[in-house]
Design a protein around this ligand. Sequence first.
Ligand SMILES: Cc1cc2nc3c(=O)[nH]c(=O)nc-3n(C[C@H](O)[C@H](O)[C@H](O)COP(=O)(O)OP(=O)(O)OC[C@H]3O[C@@H](n4cnc5c(N)ncnc54)[C@H](O)[C@@H]3O)c2cc1C
Length: 565
Amino acid sequence: MPKINNRPEFFDVVVVGAGLGGIYAVHKFLQEGLKAVALEKADQIGGVWNYNRYPGARVDVDSTDYSYSFSPELYREWRWSERYATQSELLRYLNHVVDRFDLRRHIRLSTPLAAAQWHPEEQRYHLETGDGASLTTRFLVMATGNLSAPRDPAIPGLADFKGQVLRTSRWPREPQDLAGKRIGLIGTGSSGVQATTALAQVAGHLTVFQRTPHYAVPARNGPVDEERYQFYASDTNNMREVFKNSKLFGVDGSGSALGTPQPAASYSPEEQEARLARQWDVGGQRFHVVFADQTSNKEANDVVAEFVRRRIRRLVKDPERAEMLCPRYPIGTRRLIQADGYYECFNRDNVSLVDITRSPIERVTDTGIQTADGHYELDVIVLALGFKAFTGEINQIAIRNADGKSPTDDWSRGPRTLFGLMTAGFPNFFTLTGAGSPSVLANLFTENEYHADWVADCINYLDANGYGSIEPEVAAQDAWTDRVAAVAQRLLRLQGNDYMVHRNEDGTRNFIPWSGGVDTYAEALEKSTANGYEGFTLNPAASLDAHSNEKIVALSVGGASHVGS
Ligand SMILES: Cc1cc2nc3c(=O)[nH]c(=O)nc-3n(C[C@H](O)[C@H](O)[C@H](O)COP(=O)(O)OP(=O)(O)OC[C@H]3O[C@@H](n4cnc5c(N)ncnc54)[C@H](O)[C@@H]3O)c2cc1C
């Protein structure tokens, strides 16, 4: 680590990341009168919606819901042009928010946090950024996202390819001329499916290399749901209420065309079919909740999965191709993809499908992809390979506590957190939408707001009551980790090959997010808070004047690198 002699800048709160979570967090802390800054390693704000600029990228939940709720004025003045906003519209929205609330000067772009060292005697973290600048902060808030760090492609020969390689997760900013090109696409998760629907329209030929077929149900993009918009615009607290009452996947039966769902067995086969057909026609995330027990009861799940397979066979004209596209795992145990026109792409003459479980990719050559069965000549290879979920970004930063440990050192059997917000041994270190919270199963806008508000309230409580630091008690963290595991036992998804499942060496599995619904999560968190942060240890403030920079300078300057010292 380089020696730092410059005078460290002092902050109450440093937020890491300026995606939708970090943008709100820095705004909230500033509103509370705290000295706050956000560090963003990219040269633009927006996080996911800055990086993932691939053709076809758009949100897969209604934009009426995928919006900030903290400002009624903001909600009312921004009108989404479609039910599911595109990546570019989402990025425009986030830039609008940054400007509207004058946040740009509080966000440092191209500034990765490289290292953070907790100093117990000062109750501060000493931070070092990628360009060697040093900061100190009382509170460190990670808004680094759960799906941010891309998985590295491990495909032999990729470097030999003479054509163009594009990654959906780091799509170039400049327009790409793909018209008429021979494109090979690897990866058929959400990004790969969305990209397929767009690339099929422009490619000379698109070859999709598929390992696992996934369920893609219709999104039914179109005009914004005006009734839902008015419901939130009339009072944005309605959004927060919907969030706090939501179940698994951030949706429930309310507001659904189908009413509150009952277990599948309580409907006749004709009623089951009618419910599924109705939801198929309406489109959207509520395909998760056609039946109350479809995520936990295999028979109920089979009814839904078989319905989708029948639709695929109806949509794809070539029966052999249709069978290749039919997923075999229980529906909803991996992300349920929302996409319009995906299966129809495979009726096009310019689209082919290669099953790489039958004909594995052997290597990339200088002119294309060699599989066990043949060679595909390509101009462009598009990689849609997913992310190092949950810990990908945090593990790239040298975060150390007083014992020299990093937050994930004890996570060999899955994440250990209290409410997904904090980790024992790491005082004043917070993770927004972290593992052990509803995380990626909830509305990420509202959840980031909820968590940032909780952190702000917590800081205010500490300051008002003479405390300098907070961290989880180990016993409370163990108990919460056990609850996270217990509540997931009923999930079919726990047995699947999903990024939300942590697989232990002994073959057991842990589900990473809290899957008991936001309602039960909020109840548990708010009970702890109301009981004076039950389950957390609160330590008296050190005698150092928390708002003075001078003593830190005295401690830090003098040749020693203060991060990690
Ligand atoms: C392709 C894609 C599509 C998605 N679509 C949907 C969807 O349709 N609906 C939905 O609900 N969710 C979706 N998600 C989930 C998505 O992650 C969230 O909805 C949301 O964007 C998360 O916002 P965030 O601010 O928490 O994290 P991010 O947007 O991931 O932002 C994290 C930021 O932290 C920065 N960062 C990381 N490490 C450092 C560091 N060391 N120093 C400084 N900065 C750092 C990153 O550069 C990034 O800008 C999608 C995710 C992906 C990847």
